[in-house]
Design a protein around this ligand. Structure first.
Ligand code: HT7
Ligand code: ZN
Length: 844
């Protein structure tokens, strides 16, 4: 397959001044007629007229009304064109019903819908399908669907047709069309300048009752973007559509966002607190793209983090403002370590701005999104809040309507603040997670912290230069008082020291507060000091971090030495859990064990070969011991954290329910499921029903409830996804693969629905000890199904190959089992470009 390089960027030789599209809808034979006004760019270095096109049947092509015969070439067509502005017309035929890849125009539950990012528009018609070609679109849809939508504002509609016009020039990846039997949940929003915007959430009939929360989230997002960034919505209408078959979470098409139904539909009976929080964040994310992504877009796909990193950063700010800032930060760091760190420290490592790719869909990664957001968080910390908003204002003024690069982005900060950012830019070009070794020295009232940074080699990048790392540090006295408030130390050298004067005694440092940089901190310290920080640190993130580090140390000792769970840690946990003055959400987070994959990585980093079964056993022993230690307090804690009254998905109630859920899982270890069965019976919301079912399944005492759950929810696809996933997540390691295999034979399993496929195989890959069971059954089952899925949906197949990315951590036996499966996938006839690239990189 061809490799594309950032260094080869060349602008297209023509401006697309306007685009007119007519769709004649038919499931297997949709006709798309395009009329595009092209104008040669006077200063173009290359005037090749190449239009992308894939899986299109060309019916006819004309230039200025005259039939032409373009040359069909790999990935598109070329044609002789005039040296002056001209009108290109083409008619093509496409097959939406046969499109299982869910890219381009496809059908989901008899509804037409599109997904064009990154390169799907070329499956709709011939076009310069690249983000730096921006144009206004006018769209006519002909068909007998009751609702027919496209981007922008409606221009008119009649029997069998609808017309739309989007006045804002946009790249083709933001084009969207939806048509089908849909009903809307309406709303409205008045912008700060007094413009009335009509809002709609469009769903399949029957889903209307699941739209209210999403609508409120949308209005809150619109208001927040005005208040915090001064950004106002720019069309008369904002439509959201829920679609069941979707490769990712949602898509920010201009004025017509399309959502995976799991990321917009919510009701207390069918959605958990975690679902509500995620939906609010994704609605905000897609809405925020209207400015960071749509009004200002990317010059090319190498710049993807320009829009994604910034928009993730903005949606995290929003969630922190709507809910709890520390809780959001802790959740984000947990997710970063679970998804981005393994990527950055394995064969798939790449910088937030990659320099090459074969298939861009493989670069919608945790590094581009989440690390991309971390980089912006560091920038904000380094320049300060005021300068950050000054720079953003300049960014919107200077680049509105443009397709930009990371260089443009950094230049705005340089110009707004007068600060040079050439070293900071390394965060965009270097892959890998920096290690930050910390040592300390104290003498005569002077305390010195010395930092040494290094980043291990990553594919194609053997040597790394030192980066600018903002390290937020505070100091505590041994009696727990804060003697130095948080200060941001700016590391720029490979090794650098910072001194503090006038300290009465050796302080306890609280380093990397708020997780001020995405690095791995390496510091020799004691469990006693960690427990001290867990009790006293004024920074909530670092208080959680100390507890998390302790939890890891205790488990590592249990795995390596067969040690019993550390008594001092159990005591500290008990004290915290029983302390009703502490935020329940925080207590729930401290009670959440570190992931078993994280323990495996820690062991590997320390030179040991992780044994997944031993890690699982240690986790089980630890939780059982904790339950026994808390035995007498659990019933009171359970009662105290039960939320009375009608369910509301607010942060406070969610925090309490999260703690209640942890307490229930501990209780279930002692009572075998009595309380969980009662909770299951009484629950009037999915959070409590699901928590109870999970606790029962884990105790191998939930068969009756599982069947009841199925009976109650079999007609609700989103709840059924939960049912599929939970049975696998709760299975014992030796039964995990068999449970997943049995579920693939269930009548409701479908290879064609990505949510269902991910429910089963995401749960399998996420069950550390089950997936990595020595039998290799988990590996084989996943590989079998990836091979089958690749024929239908390469994008989702390729993404799920990442389950194998950590394979070099494990013993020779497991490595050879995984290598055999990866080699088998790689050797499959007709394997997609997406999956070929992923397995090749993982194997390298
Ligand atoms: N910008 C979107 C990314 C995307 C996508 C969405 C749905 C299906 C396929 C997709 N490929 C890329 C989503 C976002 O970041 O907001
Ligand atoms: Zn996005």
């Amino acid at each position: 397959p061809k490799t594309f390089y950032l260094k080869d960027y060349m602008p297209f030789g023509y401006d697309a001044e306007s685009v007119h599209l007519t769709f004649r809808l038919a499931p297997e034979t949709t006709r798309v007629i395009s009329r595009i006004r092209f104008a040669p760019k006077p200063d173009a270095a290359d005037r090749t007229f190449f239009l992308h096109g894939e899986e299109l049947k060309l019916i006819s092509a004309k230039i200025d009304g005259q039939e032409v015969t373009p040359e069909l070439v790999e990935g598109g067509l070329t044609c002789e064109v005039p040296g002056a502005p001209f009108t290109w017309e083409a008619e093509v035929e496409i097959n939406p019903a046969g499109n299982t890849a869910l890219e381009g125009l496809y059908m989901s539950n008899r509804m037409y819908c599109t997904q064009c990012e990154a390169e799907g528009f070329r499956k709709i018609t011939y076009y310069p399908d690249r983000p730096d070609v921006m144009s206004t679109f006018t769209v006519r849809i002909e068909g007998d669907e009751p609702v027919m939508l496209s981007n922008g504002n409606p221009m008119g509609q009649g029997e069998g047709w609808a017309e739309w016009h989007d006045p804002w020039p946009k790249p083709a990846y933001l084009f969207a069309l939806v048509a089908g039997d849909l009903v809307n949940h309406p709303g409205s929003f008045t912008t700060k300048s007094g413009k009335e915007v009509e809002l709609n959430i469009w769903v399949r009939p029957g889903d209307e009752h699941k739209c209210a929360f999403g609508m409120e989230a949308l209005k809150k997002s619109m208001k927040w973007d005005e208040d915090v960034y001064g950004l106002e919505y720019d069309l008369d209408l904002f439509n959201i559509v829920a679609v069941d078959d979707f490769n990712m979470g949602a898509m920010e098409n201009k004025g017509l966002n399309i959502f995976n139904s799991s990321c917009v539909l919510a009701s207390p009976e069918t959605s958990t607190d975690a679902n509500f929080e995620r939906i609010e964040a994704i609605i905000a994310h897609e809405y925020f793209h209207n400015w960071t992504g749509n009004r200002i877009t990317c010059r090319d796909w190498f710049q993807l983090c320009l829009k994604e990193g910034l928009t993730v950063f903005r949606d995290a700010q929003f969630t922190a403002d709507m809910r709890s800032e520390p809780v959001k930060r802790i959740e984000d760091v947990i997710a970063l370590r679970a998804r981005q760190f393994p990527e950055d420290n394995g064969p798939l490592a790449h910088p937030p701005r990659p320099e090459q790719f074969q298939e861009i869909n493989n670069f919608y990664t945790a590094t581009v999104y989440e690390k991309g957001a971390e980089v912006i968080g560091m920038l904000k910390r380094l320049v300060g809040d005021e300068n950050y908003y000054k720079a953003l204002k300049l960014y919107f003024e200077r680049h509105d309507g443009q397709a930009c690069t990371i260089e443009d982005w950094l230049k705005v900060f340089e110009d707004a603040t007068g600060r040079g950012l050439s070293q900071f830019k390394l965060w965009y070009s270097q892959a890998g997670t920096p290690r930050l070794k910390v040592s300390e020295d104290y003498a005569d009232g002077t305390y010195t912290l010395t930092f040494e940074q290094s980043t291990p080699p990553t594919p194609g990048q053997p040597d790394k230069a030192p980066r600018v790392i903002p390290v937020a540090v505070g100091l505590l006295s041994p009696n727990g008082d804060e003697v130095r408030a948080t200060e941001v130390l700016e590391l720029t050298e490979a090794k650098q020291s910072f001194t503090y004067q006038g300290l009465a005694s050796k302080p306890v440092p609280s380093i990397l507060r708020e997780f001020s940089a995405p690095v791995i901190l390496e510091r020799e310290t004691t469990n006693a000091e960690r427990a001290f920080l867990l009790a006293h640190d004024t920074d909530p993130f670092n208080r959680w971090e100390a507890g998390n580090a302790l939890a890891k140390e205790v488990r590592v000792a249990m795995v390596l030495d067969g040690a019993a769970p550390d008594a001092a840690y159990l005591d500290a946990l008990e004290k915290l859990v029983r302390d009703d003055d502490q935020d329940p959400a925080f207590r729930a987070l401290v009670l959440t064990p570190p992931s078993q994959s994280d323990i495996a990585q820690t062991l590997f980093d320390r030179g040991h070969t992780p044994d997944p079964q031993k890690i699982y056993d240690a986790a089980e022993t630890f939780t059982q011991t904790l339950a026994q230690q808390l035995e007498t307090s659990l019933p009171r804690l359970y009662a105290a954290t039960t939320v009375d009254g009608p369910y509301a998905p607010d942060a406070e109630g969610a925090g309490k329910r999260a703690l209640n859920g942890r307490i229930l899982s501990l209780l279930t270890r002692l009572d075998g499921g009595e309380q969980a069965a009662r909770q299951y019976q009484a629950a009037d919301n999915m959070t409590q029903q699901y928590a109870a079912l999970g606790a029962l399944l884990k105790a191998e005492n939930g068969e009756a409830q599982s069947q009841a759950f199925f009976g109650q929810w079999q007609d609700d696809r989103l709840v059924m996804d939960k049912w599929f996933a939970l049975q696998i997540a709760c299975a014992a390691p030796e039964k995990t693969a068999a449970t997943a295999a049995a579920l693939t034979r269930h009548p409701l399993f479908s290879m064609k629905n990505p949510n269902r496929f991910r429910a089963v195989f995401g749960a399998l890959a996420g069950h550390h000890a089950g997936f990595h069971h020595a039998s290799g059954e988990g590996y084989q089952l996943l590989a079998d199904n990836l091979i089958a899925l690749d024929k239908l949906n390469p994008q989702t197949t390729a993404r799920m190959c990442a389950a194998f990315q950590t394979w070099k951590r494990y013993d020779a036996g497991r490595q050879s089992l995984i290598r055999a499966q990866l080699t088998r996938i790689a050797g499959t006839d007709g394997l997609s470009r997406d999956t070929t690239e992923m397995v090749t990189r993982i194997l390298d």
